[in-house]
Design a binder for this molecule. Structure first.
Ligand code: ADP
Ligand code: MG
Length: 257
């Protein structure tokens, strides 16, 4: 079953010169899939993610999330839909600095007006899974980048969304913290059947996914599915990136640990 369907979706940014950022893109995402989206800088990845996030609307074409086309919702219903169905993880964590780790995680529930006891219970369970229990009372300035991103993942998960949308979630992390976050996302994906759509330019990050979709100039370019070994999947991702042009540093000899 497809949890996300894009049918010939295009996005034009109007301006002095109109710019076609996403060009007739069609693809589907299965429930429980872990999908990476890759493409050169300026290829339309963030634009695409913003449309899936219901923050932005397509200029043409149709998009369905869990069977709903968000443009048919009123503003209030859309805000509710977004909170119930979607969780967001960003490159720069987007935590509120004045709130503790626990308060940041609880925030979406506070907005929903849930009873304090329910919130506390949910946070306690999630904090255990995310290895955040000892730092629940700390503020973002007092924790590491990896801990901050795990807090953000906790905030995204607290509502048990059907889809997590992540834009470069490991972009600001060192390689050890990045690996922890990717392993955590993989575990969430497997254990909770949460669909994850992750934009990344890191081939190692993409190699944790079930499928990588490549876009170029806002258009579908190619896609590949994982195989038994992450190392060979990683190599195939690098090969496609080199076909795509740009973005490939001197990674081709790196081995995954
Ligand atoms: P990516 O995330 O792959 O780097 P973006 O989706 O940010 O790409 O951008 C795709 C193209 O659309 C780029 O050429 C960018 O300059 C343009 N673009 C992005 N946002 C806007 C905007 N708000 N107004 C006009 N053009 C934009
Ligand atoms: Mg971007």
């Amino acid at each position: 079953m497809s949890i996300l369907i894009l049918d010939e979706v295009s996005k034009v940014y109007e301006g002095k010169v109109a710019h076609l950022a996403v060009n007739q893109l069609s693809f589907e995402v299965e429930k429980g899939e872990f999908l990476a989206i890759m493409g050169p800088s300026g290829s339309g990845k963030t634009t695409l993610l913003n449309m899936i996030s219901t923050i932005d609307t397509p200029t043409s074409g149709e998009l369905f999330i869990d069977g709903t086309n968000p443009i048919n919702l009123t503003k209030n219903d859309l805000a509710l839909f977004r909170r119930r169905h979607l969780g967001f993880v960003f490159q720069d964590f987007n935590l509120l600095p004045a709130l503790t780790v626990e308060e940041n995680m609880i925030l979406p529930l506070t907005l929903d007006g849930q009873p304090v006891e329910t919130m506390k219970r949910k946070v306690a369970i999630l904090a255990e899974q995310l290895d955040l229990t000892p730092i629940l009372d700390k503020r973002p300035a007092e924790i590491s980048g990896g801990q901050a991103q795990r807090t953000a993942i906790g905030r995204a998960l607290i509502h048990e969304p059907s889809i997590i949308l992540a834009d470069e979630p490991t972009g600001n992390l060192d390689s050890k913290a990045a690996r922890d976050v990717l392993e955590l996302l993989t575990e969430v994906n497997k254990r909770r059947q949460t669909t994850i759509i992750m934009v990344t330019h890191d081939a190692i990050a993409a190699s944790y996914c079930d499928r990588v979709l490549f876009i170029k100039d806002g258009q579908y370019f190619n896609e590949i599915y994982k195989d038994d070994r992450r190392q060979t999947f990683f190599q195939r991702i690098l090969n496609l990136l080199s076909l795509l042009g740009g973005n490939v540093n001197d990674l081709s000899t790196i081995r995954l640990s």
